[in-house]
Design a protein around this ligand. Structure first.
Ligand SMILES: Cc1ncc(COP(=O)(O)O)c(C=O)c1O
Length: 378
């Protein structure tokens, strides 16, 4: 799907299978970033000269496109440096004593809660998320903070149902959408969630960009991580008047080029259609699973489209990844920032294959062939 738009795929024989870590960027995104720096590299929202006005207009339009991409009103979307900043903003700034997590959270949805020193309850995911345990234990003022799609194996949690249960009990829901926003249609206006965090660099956008949706009912319960220029209406030597959400939460000069690039990425994906992206990745994942199933020395986990983690009998994951790299196949090896799952289940590090819209049948054929060869020498 539109492979020719992605420079690294035009130049080399690269088989890029590491999109859960970082996606490639298409020409229109790169061009949008470059155009900002070449043509109107000014401070948005500060000065009244033409370049600054142009930067302001482009940033406003980009915020709208990014918000629209997840079904949010732009007034309910804070621009962030990525999912991690979004999750930390909630962990630091939202008052709750008890948080429900799954046993397969990314470190970015684990470490902030450990630091907060609140009670954490882990929901089992062995046979899908243990929703019954949530239903019987969640209560008023709690927060349910869950990964939407696992970066380990693509497992998807039924977020709408979870959020409904939480809301009925007077609790709140935070969604780590780092791996869902780039790969499936999302519409927060149809989900009773309170917070949803995502990253630009996994959805064809520049690194250091992302968004945090905050529901209207929750905005006045949240304190910003930072304060300073741009986030205050007025100050005296001893007082400050904070701006409303989202601006009061975005202190300092924003990553202007990055957000303009992210706006372009959002419209690029929307033009293709996220439903199409999802079904394309689904078909490729089935082919990959089929290919791996035929190799006796390989075991794998895959519980949803786009992500497959595998192990070759008797071989270290990093060694497998390095051997694949020699064939220009880029994958990731290790514990994929879900260390707690690997440690709790006593599973050794794995090799992860992750897909995006630019992958094709040939990529799947390549990796299956090379893993087969590696398995023979194992
Ligand atoms: C599920 C999940 N959550 C959170 C993150 C952190 O995202 P970022 O590094 O963009 O803040 C990632 C990144 O890999 C992820 O896969």
């Amino acid at each position: 799907m539109r492979r020719e738009d992605f420079p690294p795929l035009r130049k080399t024989d690269l088989t890029y299978l590491d999109s859960a870590c970082m996606s490639l960027r298409p020409d229109p995104v790169i061009d949008a970033v470059e155009t900002y720096y070449r043509e109107y590299p000014a401070c948005p929202g500060r000065s009244h000269h033409s370049m600054s006005e142009k930067a302001s207009d482009e940033l406003i339009k980009s915020r709208e496109k990014i918000a629209d991409f997840v079904g949010a009103d732009s007034e309910n979307l804070m621009l962030t440096s990525g999912t991690t900043e979004g999750l930390n903003t909630v962990a630091r700034g939202f008052d709750t004593q008890k948080v429900f997590l799954s046993d397969r959270e990314h470190n970015s949805n684990l470490a902030p809660w450990q630091r907060k020193n609140c009670e954490t309850v882990f929901l089992e995911t062995e046979n899908g998320l243990d929703i019954e345990s949530l239903r019987s234990n969640v209560s008023e003022g709690n927060l349910v903070s869950l990964v939407h799609i696992s970066n380990l194996d693509g497992m998807e949690f039924r977020i709408e149902e979870v959020a409904q249960i939480a809301r009925e009990q007077g609790a709140y829901t935070l969604v780590d959408a780092a791996q869902s926003a780039p790969h499936m249609p999302l519409d927060v206006s149809e989900m009773p969630v309170d917070f949803l965090a995502f990253s630009g660099h996994k959805m064809l956008g520049p690194s250091g960009t992302g968004g945090l949706y905050v529901s209207e009912r929750t905005q006045n319960k949240l304190e910003p991580l930072n304060t300073g220029g741009g986030a205050v209406e007025d100050t005296t030597q001893f007082t400050r008047e904070r701006r409303d959400f989202p601006y009061g939460f975005e202190a300092g000069l924003p990553n202007v080029a990055g957000f303009i690039g992210l706006g372009k990425a959002a419209s690029y994906l929307s033009d293709i259609g996220m439903g199409k992206v999802e079904s394309h990745e689904h078909k490729l994942t089935e082919k990959l699973e089929q290919g791996f199933s035929d190799i006796e020395e390989v075991s794998y986990i895959s519980n949803g489209p786009g992500v497959v983690t595998f192990w070759v009998d008797g071989m270290d994951a990093h060694q497998v990844a390095l051997m694949l790299d020699r064939k220009d196949i880029a994958v990731r090896s290790g514990k994929h920032c879900v260390h707690s799952w690997f440690d709790q289940k006593d599973v050794r590090p794995g090799v992860r294959v992750s897909l995006h819209l630019y992958n094709n049948d040939e990529d799947i054929r390549e990796i299956v062939e090379e893993v087969k060869k590696i398995s023979y020498v194992a």
